[in-house]
Design a protein around this ligand. Structure first.
Ligand code: MG
Length: 311
């Protein structure tokens, strides 16, 4: 069986035990401090300081701890430029793919994920067309640039997770992180099919989770990470493909919001503010709380707050 063994201080082993808290096993072998099981990896730490990682994800799980006695939480807050999943600078100036999402923090409306492939020759054209991080652009500009990307026939894929399915998955125990992972994964596959036989030299995901966690979500659905996929925080400011993806995802999100607003007969605000609570309250009065399933991410605290406006 594939495995990695590392030696750690007792302090690090205690940190591990806390980190794996919910995944700890009741039974431990003789001489062990703890045993845990996460997707794709079993971990056993011994009083001798040896920690054994076994299973398909052994190397990545071990890499979280190897030669590092600091808390992995601290580590995750900084960009890990030495990570094997961090893209080389040269990739960002040559042909590559990128993906980004929209709608994750909005109570109303779906999550949309777009993947875009940009060739080296197209980079300057896209810059001229105004492609940059969608957060710096107003919605009408986003719609215009998205239209331009379509005219330029830039290959892209788009996946929309509508509210009803979102709510179903959420109740099944899926976190937003897992949903985003599976959406990005599907969007990359769809884009790869679209551009075949061209193969992407690299693909950059705007990082929303540590690569290990992303991989673990994939394992939990019997999927594995595609080749040449990299992760980068704030990738939309470094990769034109990710910036273009952020525009397409946002544009699709806005379109869906318009559709939903038409259907609801009220303008549904973006975000998760008090205006959102009030609108949700008004909507509940019209169609009942169950009706929200089609329009909103109902596990957000906004649902509870909206009910105050109904009573
Ligand atoms: Mg993003």
């Amino acid at each position: 069986m594939s495995q990695t063994v590392i030696t750690c201080s007792q302090g690090t082993i205690q940190q591990m035990k806390e980190t794996y808290g919910r995944s700890l096993k009741q039974k431990t072998p003789q001489g062990a401090v703890f045993s845990a099981k996460v997707d794709g990896c079993s971990i056993t730490a011994y009083r001798s300081g040896k920690v054994m990682f076994q299973g398909p994800n052994h190397d990545f799980e071990a890499a979280r701890w190897n030669g590092n006695s600091a808390s992995p939480k601290k580590k995750s807050s900084s960009q890990q430029t030495t990570s094997p999943y961090y893209p080389k600078a040269s990739l960002l100036t040559s042909s590559h793919g990128g993906s980004d999402e929209a709608g994750t923090g909005d109570y109303f409306g779906p999550i949309t994920v777009a993947s875009v492939y940009v060739t080296e020759e197209q980079i300057s054209t896209l810059k001229k067309a105004g492609v940059r991080d969608s957060k710096d652009l107003k919605d009408p500009q986003i719609q215009q640039i998205a239209k331009r990307l379509v005219e330029l026939e830039i290959p892209y894929s788009l996946i929309t997770l509508h509210n009803e399915k979102y709510n179903r998955l959420q109740r099944k125990g899926w976190t937003q992180g897992k949903m985003k992972t599976m959406l990005h994964h599907a969007a990359i596959n769809k884009l790869s099919e679209k551009i075949a036989p061209i193969k992407m030299e690299g693909f950059v995901i705007d990082q929303f989770a540590e690569p290990n966690i992303y991989k673990r979500h994939l394992y939990s659905e019997n999927q594995t990470l595609q080749d040449n996929v990299y992760f980068m925080m704030k990738a939309e400011s470094h990769s034109i493909a990710v910036a273009a993806a952020s525009i397409i995802a946002r544009s699709a999100f806005v379109k869906q919001m318009n559709k939903l607003s038409d259907k609801a007969g009220i303008e549904l605000p973006k975000g998760a503010s008090r205006r959102v609570d009030q609108t949700a309250g008004a909507l509940i009065k019209q169609i009942g709380a169950d009706g929200l399933e089609e329009f909103a991410k109902v596990h957000f605290a906004n649902t509870e707050k909206a009910l105050h406006y109904v009573r």
